[in-house]
Design a protein around this ligand. Structure first.
Ligand SMILES: Cc1cc2nc3c(=O)[nH]c(=O)nc-3n(C[C@H](O)[C@H](O)[C@H](O)COP(=O)(O)O)c2cc1C
Length: 231
């Protein structure tokens, strides 16, 4: 009798253990499936958080950059305008197409929504230092599209003034960059980025000054010559 009871209890225990193992297996499967879905979500919309926008509390999400290049169509120009803080107030059709944002998406957003992480900080520092002084600047800029692809531009940025001479915003026109200029600029920007990783723009500025001194050119002259094949 005791023996039978013992066997019955063992059977019940075995049943319980089996159920527990099935439950654990089910949980494990669900966890693996959740992880798979999470990975899938990340690769479908590979977004990383970007720095907060200047003008609003809207969160800006940036794509993970890819190696896909969008080529700038020859003979066309990309135009955008900003307010004095760099928030976009206008973008032409090509701006929308290359950046991959609709007008509703890009209007009133800070211009850094298309900032590419390969761009050295120094170039934007030079841009803002120059335009806030009421002067224009030319620069080679690598931009990031909404889908993670990139496109290089040769940008001219100018301040816009009211009738009293106050700056009321900025205006940028980009042309197709000279590929020969890019052959020099791209590796040079890479060096600037490396220097910034070590010592910030203090270090990258030294490199830029070194290059300009070795060529005996100002920044404006160097960029102009790179674009117009005169180096
Ligand atoms: C008129 C105008 C046009 C600009 N165009 C670009 C651009 O095409 N790409 C870009 O990355 N930054 C552009 N900027 C500079 C951005 O405002 C910003 O300084 C830059 O993206 C660096 O962003 P960060 O300060 O968040 O690093 C532009 C600024 C102005 C005023």
């Amino acid at each position: 009798m005791n023996w039978l009871k013992f066997l019955k209890r063992r059977k019940e225990e075995e049943k319980e253990n089996l159920k527990k193992a099935q439950r654990e297996e089910e949980e494990e499967r669900r966890r693996i499936e959740e992880e798979r879905k999470e990975r899938q979500r990340k690769s479908d919309t590979p977004m990383v958080k970007h720095s907060p926008p200047v003008s609003s509390d809207v969160k800006i999400w940036k794509p993970r950059p890819t190696d896909v290049e969008k080529v700038f169509p020859s003979d066309e120009i990309i135009v955008s305008k900003t307010d004095t803080r760099g928030n976009i107030t206008y973008g032409n059709q090509l701006f929308s197409k290359m950046a991959g944002f609709t007008q509703d998406e890009f209007l009133h957003q800070p211009h850094n929504i298309i900032r590419h992480p390969d761009m050295p900080k120094l170039i934007f520092q030079a841009l803002w230092d120059t335009i806030t002084q009421g002067k224009e600047i030319n620069a080679y800029v690598k931009n990031l599209s909404k889908d993670g692809s990139y496109y290089w531009v040769f940008a001219n940025v100018t301040p816009s003034f009211d009738k009293d001479g106050n700056i009321i915003g900025y205006y940028s026109v980009r042309r197709k960059p000279n590929p020969l200029g890019l052959q020099i600029i791209e590796p040079f920007y890479h060096q600037l980025k490396k220097a910034e990783a070590v010592g910030g723009t203090h270090e990258s500025l030294k490199l830029l000054v070194g290059l300009l001194e070795s060529k005996k050119l100002s920044y404006d002259e160097l960029i102009y010559r790179l674009q117009y094949n005169a180096l």
